[in-house]
Design a protein around this ligand. Structure first.
Ligand code: URA
Length: 208
């Protein structure tokens, strides 16, 4: 059953300590079926903090964010847009895989607002530890986690967006774009990919 175990991040900017406490988080029911907490990857000195939705099947098993098909596309797009993935801190709005079983398959389920809100303190703790110059939000779940549920990705993708007062200090600049899985699913994948890379390039220009 969900309980309060590990639901609150400790007051530290030590990423290893945060990761260790997050591994025991029971702040929402998702820990019950997922293999493990998938915490962010990268160094505290990263200039760019990238936020996805939640780990997928491959990430849940590996314990690392963006190692599956969406991650491969993301690597390619970051390289094309001039980012070095090694210089990024990559994480997710929700740190457990939410899925339903269909036979042997585990089918991705979009996290609900309650799960996003329950996991938000961990994202804020990562922001406090990394102190990035730029936050890149991939998809509506990531964008709404940080910017609030009224944020509309379709209206503001690829442009600088202002963070709400409660997180403004942690988010000097932010850009939201589509999730790489949406590019993989797009009917015209080439166009969707080109638009995604264009958004990443526009975001990169905000770095000093
Ligand atoms: N999709 C995400 O949003 N995050 C991952 O880590 C993998 C796929």
């Amino acid at each position: 059953m969900p309980d309060s175990r590990g639901a609150e991040p400790p007051d530290t900017t030590d990423l290893d300590r945060l990761r260790s406490v997050a591994s025991g988080c029971h702040g929402c029911p998702l820990y019950q079926d997922a293999t493990q907490t998938v915490f962010g990857e990268g160094t505290a000195g990263a200039k760019v903090l990238v936020v996805g939705e939640q780990p997928g099947d491959k990430e849940d098993l590996a314990g690392e964010p963006f190692v599956g098909p969406a991650g491969k596309l993301l690597d390619r797009a970051f390289a094309e847009a001039g980012f070095d993935r090694q210089a990024l801190y990559v994480t997710n709005a929700v740190k457990h895989f939410k899925f339903k079983r269909e036979g042997k398959r585990r089918i991705h389920q979009k996290p609900g607002r309650t799960e996003v809100v329950a996991c938000r303190p961990w994202l804020l703790a990562e922001l406090r530890a990394v102190r990035p110059d730029l936050v890149l939000l991939l998809g509506a779940t990531a964008a709404q986690s940080l910017l609030g549920p009224k944020f509309r990705l379709t209206a503001h993708r690829g442009e600088p967006v202002e963070a709400p007062d409660d997180v403004a200090e942690l988010v000097p600049s932010a850009v939201a774009t589509v999730h790489p899985s949406a590019v993989l699913r797009a009917p015209d994948r080439d166009d969707a990919y080109a638009a995604f890379v264009a958004d990443l390039k526009a975001a990169g220009k905000l770095l000093k």
